[in-house]
Design a protein around this ligand. Structure first.
Ligand code: ZN
Length: 181
């Protein structure tokens, strides 16, 4: 299928609750093809993650990868991960403020308080059970992507709308300069 078209905020599919996949559907070549296309699309647009509703498919599938991403140069690494039918468990009451963006809301940034540590239970692209702990920015990415499966966008969770900024203005006025080392 190749690179997929990304739905932008306002498209109704981004507000739907996506459907779970069953083992039969996961095993189909069409689903494996779709996952490959999601990965290609995430790479094309330098996303840290992508949820299926963002490419007009209302199914509970997320891909994520945090490595050498020019949009998030300081993020800790997470290898390419395919997440099907995720369940998130909050492991702490602590919240961290995360500057978020979204391929469905181009060129905008906003600060979202996210749970600082989570455990993820899901299936991988072959339908095998997977489980993992995420802290900090990677935990925020998992929460952001899984929110898409419930029709929630990060702008819904921005606690102070004054933190909303276009990317260019964010880089000019809000980005924290890196310390010399
Ligand atoms: Zn998003």
């Amino acid at each position: 299928m190749g690179i997929l078209k990304v739905a932008r905020m306002g498209h109704p599919i981004l507000r739907e609750v996506a459907a779970e996949l069953d083992a039969e559907e996961i095993a189909t070549p069409a689903f494996q093809d779709f996952v490959d296309s999601m990965i290609a699309t995430m790479h094309e647009y330098d996303g840290a993650g992508l949820a299926a509703p963002q490419v007009h498919v209302s199914k509970r599938v997320v891909v994520m990868e945090l490595a050498n991403n020019p949009r998030y140069p300081d993020a800790p690494g997470v290898p390419l991960t395919v997440i099907v039918n995720p369940r998130i468990h909050f492991m702490t009451e602590d919240r961290i403020d995360v500057v978020e963006g979204c391929l469905s809301i181009p060129d905008l940034r906003g600060v979202v308080p996210r749970v600082a540590e989570i455990e993820l239970e899901a299936l991988d692209r072959e339908g095998n059970a997977i489980r993992g702990r995420f802290k900090g920015f990677p935990a925020a990415v998992v929460q952001h992507e899984c929110d898409h499966l419930d029709g929630v966008l990060y702008v819904d969770r921005v606690s102070d709308p004054k933190t909303l900024s276009f990317l260019r203005e964010f880089e000019r006025y809000h980005a924290v300069p890196e310390l010399p080392n």
